[in-house]
Design a protein around this ligand. Structure first.
Ligand SMILES: [Zn+2]
Length: 181
């Protein structure tokens, strides 16, 4: 059953900006199955500069790279830092767009990177319900980001995003995670 999820944000986002973010997330959701078919995990992230130029676009490659921190957001941040040859992206006023809410690790990665704005698709609770991934404990993260001057806006284009995740599970692709005791 499909449920409508309300947009969540920590700052007033103007209508144009919101439409632009929806369009970028929708495009990422539509592109994502092509990456999944090549063995990537079901998450895709892109970083744009304020003029709308694409700086980095990366899919999750935990399984392909045999590395637990190769999440889409971390990969995109690494590529952007390499692009600008810096560990601090703050002066470039970059925005990160990702098909699902960032996990506990990626929130840390975003916080340390100097990314200014985060837009995401499917919320973690839904990701966990559909796939079984453990997105981690993230108490009040949207307000914590606000306190650090990072704009957050999420739950964008969730129905197409949820379908991609359901298909990932249907195709019996790897839900990579450590064994718990
Ligand atoms: Zn992550």
């Amino acid at each position: 059953m499909q449920q409508k999820t309300d947009v969540i944000t920590n700052k007033r986002i103007n209508k144009n900006k919101l439409e632009q973010a929806r369009a970028i997330i929708a495009k990422l959701q539509i592109e994502l199955p092509k990456y999944i078919a090549r063995g990537h995990g079901p998450f895709l992230a892109a970083i744009y500069d304020p003029d709308g130029h694409l700086i980095a676009k990366k899919a999750n490659r935990v399984v392909l790279g045999k590395c637990s921190h190769h999440h889409a957001e971390m990969e995109a941040i690494s590529a952007a830092e390499k692009n600008f040859n810096t560990y601090d992206l703050s002066k470039y006023n970059l925005s990160l767009y990702v098909t699902s809410e960032p996990c506990i690790m990626c929130l840390g990665g975003i916080m340390w990177s100097g990314i200014r704005e985060v837009y995401f698709g499917v919320p973690s609770k839904t990701v966990e319900k559909i796939t079984g991934f453990d997105e981690g404990f993230k108490p009040d993260w949207i307000n914590e980001f606000k306190r650090r001057g990072i704009t957050v806006c999420g739950n964008l284009e969730t129905s197409v995003g949820e379908k991609v995740l359901r298909d990932y599970v249907k195709q019996k692709r790897t839900v990579y995670k450590p064994k718990r005791k």
